[in-house]
Ligand binder design. Structure first.
Ligand SMILES: NC(=O)c1ccc[n+]([C@@H]2O[C@H](COP(=O)([O-])OP(=O)(O)OC[C@H]3O[C@@H](n4cnc5c(N)ncnc54)[C@H](O)[C@@H]3O)[C@@H](O)[C@H]2O)c1
Ligand SMILES: CC(C)[C@H](C(=O)O)[C@@H](O)C(=O)O
Ligand SMILES: [Mg+2]
Length: 358
């Protein structure tokens, strides 16, 4: 097969992990007889520096014309303090909206080899950590109206609105139920229905959908409790469906109990098969240029791309097996290092995963 992939190299430490992910893709191409063509796309800080805009239309068009997009992460201290709509992150949000990627899948699964790297007690880890956060990605407070008003007192007042329409909830709710049907058939809707009107509308829509999925054990949980339960008893979760900002926060928390944020990939999809695949972490400016960032989340994002956008399951399995083999060999990066293991840098970890693919 031949596939055209838009590549967003990203900012700070991001190009280091994207480099390793492309090496893995190239190796998969050789091994399975596929051709992957790459088109560079500037987004975030790189695009601000080049074009004065975090995602010019011509760069978004390259993403729209591709079979899928591979992204590291954007943003960093160099662009802090810029106006909200000029910041690197605005490019990411514009891409998600412009490509209609309302469904973000963030798998939270601990690799058994990484159990010692989890900050949770061994007995909690032993009960199993394997759930998916289905995060709504193009609505809510990220995309609601914003204002800065001047009050009579002369003070500023900032407003970020959190709108959700029924169709936005229904389409992501359906994905939550469909994901649960393919797994252990448990779905938890996480919200703040004790306070927020949007959450109450979420529940109303979810209850309608629930009738269509009688096999799914459906539950609801307040987001503050969920944050606590993820640490106390993560094995209770199979699929979590939640709104944009709650999903952002909970997925970083959830990643850590698997040993490191550097292990969790994600897919962002809408109606078609063209999606964006990226690690859930950011551009890690504090470790940029040091060859210490863990490339695994970006490499596993490639596996998700192959599986979900290109229907290449055997190829995706091969990447995941290579990651598992490398962990079996006791190879780790600094973020998930534990006693008795060998610490590698980003490039050496990429080398090890590519070698394990051979
Ligand atoms: N999708 C994206 O492009 C994306 C996602 C999150 C944050 N960001 C941006 O990234 C920038 C930095 O954000 P931040 O510092 O809050 O979050 P971050 O995820 O970049 O880093 C948080 C901490 O985790 C560490 N870390 C992250 N990924 C790692 C990896 N693969 N291996 C080892 N350690 C890793 C970092 O070194 C840092 O100490 C900000 O500009 C933010 O907006 C972008
Ligand atoms: C960079 C930021 C806009 C982004 C988000 O909040 O969605 C990031 O944190 C993520 O998790 O992808
Ligand atoms: Mg985030």
């Amino acid at each position: 097969m031949e596939k055209n992939i838009a590549v967003i190299w990203g900012d700070c430490a991001s190009p280091e992990i994207v480099t390793q992910a492309i090496r893995v893709l190239d190796r998969i191409g050789e091994k399975f007889g596929h051709t992957f063509n790459y088109t560079d796309v500037a987004m975030g800080g790189e695009a601000i520096d080049k074009y004065g805009d975090p995602l010019p239309q011509h760069e978004l068009d390259k993403c729209l014309a591709s079979d899928s997009v591979l992204l590291g992460a954007i943003g960093g201290p160099k662009w802090e303090g810029m106006a909200g709509d000029k910041r690197p992150e605005k490019g990411l949000l514009r891409m998600r909206a412009g490509m209609g990627l309302y469904s973000n899948n963030r798998p939270t699964k601990i690799w058994p080899q990484l159990a010692p790297a989890s900050p949770l007690k061994a007995e909690i880890v032993a009960q199993g950590i394997d759930f998916v956060i289905v995060r709504e990605l193009t609505g809510g407070v990220y995309f609601g109206d914003r204002q800065v008003n001047i009050l009579e007192s002369g003070e500023k007042q900032a407003v970020d609105l959190m709108p959700y329409a029924e169709y936005e909830i229904e389409r992501i709710g359906r994905i939550g139920f469909d994901t649960a049907m393919k797994r252990r058939k448990k779905l938890c809707c996480v919200d703040k229905a004790n306070v927020l009107e949007t959450s109450r509308l979420w529940r109303e829509v979810m209850h309608r959908l629930q009738a269509e999925y009688p096999e799914v054990e459906y539950s609801e949980m307040f987001v503050d409790n969920c944050a606590m339960q993820i640490v106390k008893n993560p094995s209770q979760f199979d699929v979590i469906v939640t709104e944009n900002m709650f999903g952002d926060i909970l997925s970083d928390e959830a990643s850590m109990i698997t040993g490191s944020i550097g292990m969790i990939p994600s897919s962002s999809l809408g109606q078609g098969t063209c999606g964006v695949y990226e690690p859930i972490h950011g551009s890690a400016p504090d470790i940029a240029g040091k060859d210490v960032i863990n490339p695994t989340a970006c490499i596993l994002s490639v596996a998700m791309m192959l599986r979900f956008s290109f229907g290449m399951s055997a190829e995706a399995d091969a990447i995941e097996k290579a990651v598992s083999d490398v962990l079996d060999q006791g190879l780790r990066t600094a973020d998930n290092m534990s006693e008795g293991c060998t610490q590698l840098g980003c490039i050496a970890m990429g080398d090890a995963i590519v070698k394990a693919l051979c």
